[in-house]
Design a protein around this ligand. Structure first.
Ligand code: CDT
Length: 311
């Protein structure tokens, strides 16, 4: 019997500083219901989905930025979403800012959680590729302070067995690094879920606006194709208190084709009936890793971080 499943991606429009978490969770629940109404078994929500993208702002004292973080899983703010999803029998990916007591100290991560259709927490991922700086660059238009507020994730790229196939998670900037997806694919992941907050302006240099969407698509389409897996990518987008972020939430097939894409920069649910056997076929042929990969020539990937030109 073919393995098919309807997956949904729930894009969020802007969340302003003044918006409450309760109001945001109500929006998430509305999209969850819409996804269920369209037959979806899973929903992917964005990165840092409960608040505005706060790393664009400079805060010094933890008491000034702790309001953006969640403690416990589910955190009090998340409870209504977890409850509704369990009742509907829908699994989901949710990005949030995590504060945890671990190793005898307070630690903060940019995290996602995967919850099964039965309401059980399957696992977490903590963002590894943190963009931006620790110290402000002094230009509010381009500030991106993820390295200030979050530690580098300490969970690697775990993957999770689900009734619909093996799922791997990553977050936003991770999608620009091919290693992210290959490490998950090597564990048998066939569905990659990720959320993102991507400013419309490149934080490093000026470039034509269309390149922001192009590089986003390019990264996801190549990740899907080269790893013969489905990609579910959910944006938080539109202008948050005047700071613009790209939309372009999409589902990409293992062929690298974008099969559905959000058209707005607001709350929007997109769905697709995914054939999971398509990826399985490609992993037995063009991308049969066991037959075709040549790891004896890939050592530098893990031995070296930056470029070192041979003498
Ligand atoms: N949230 C996040 O990781 N955003 C980054 C901005 C970096 S711009 C090169 C992203 O990769 O979209």
């Amino acid at each position: 019997m073919p393995r098919r499943e309807v997956f949904a991606v729930a894009q969020l429009g802007p969340i302003h500083l003044a918006d409450t978490k309760d109001a945001v969770v109500a929006r998430l629940i509305e999209m969850l219901r819409e996804a269920k109404g369209r037959g979806a078994g899973w929903v992917t929500f964005p990165e840092l989905a409960l608040t505005t993208f706060f790393p664009r702002y400079l805060y010094d004292a933890p008491e000034d930025y702790d309001v953006f973080f969640e403690e416990g899983l589910p955190s009090p703010a998340m409870v209504p979403l977890f409850e509704e999803a369990r009742q509907l029998g829908v699994g989901f990916y949710l990005g949030y800012a995590e504060k945890v007591e671990q190793d005898g100290r307070t630690r903060r991560f940019n995290t996602s959680v995967l919850v099964g259709p039965d309401g059980k927490i399957l696992g977490q991922y903590r963002k590894i590729h943190l963009p931006g700086t620790k110290e402000p660059i002094g230009d509010p238009e381009f500030e991106h302070l993820e390295k200030r507020y979050f530690e580098v994730g300490d969970l690697g790229f775990p993957t999770f067995a689900t009734p619909s196939g093996r799922v791997g998670m990553c977050i936003c900037n991770d999608r620009r690094w091919p290693e992210t997806f290959r490490v998950m694919a090597l564990q048998g992941a066939e569905i990659f879920m990720l959320g993102y907050n991507t400013p419309t302006r490149n934080i490093h240099h000026a470039e034509p606006a269309h390149l922001r969407e192009f590089h986003h698509s390019l990264s996801l389409q190549s990740a899907a194709y080269q790893n013969a897996s489905w990609v579910m990518a959910a944006a938080k987008c539109g202008a948050e208190d005047g700071f613009a972020m790209i939309g372009g939430s999409m589902i990409v097939a293992p062929t690298g084709e974008v099969v559905t894409r959000a058209t707005s920069e607001e709350d929007e649910v997109i769905t697709y009936d995914c054939d999971l056997d398509l990826g399985a076929y490609l992993r037995r042929t063009v991308f049969d890793f066991a037959r075709h990969r040549r790891i004896e020539h890939y050592g530098l990937i893990t031995q070296q971080t930056g470029i070192e030109v041979p003498k």
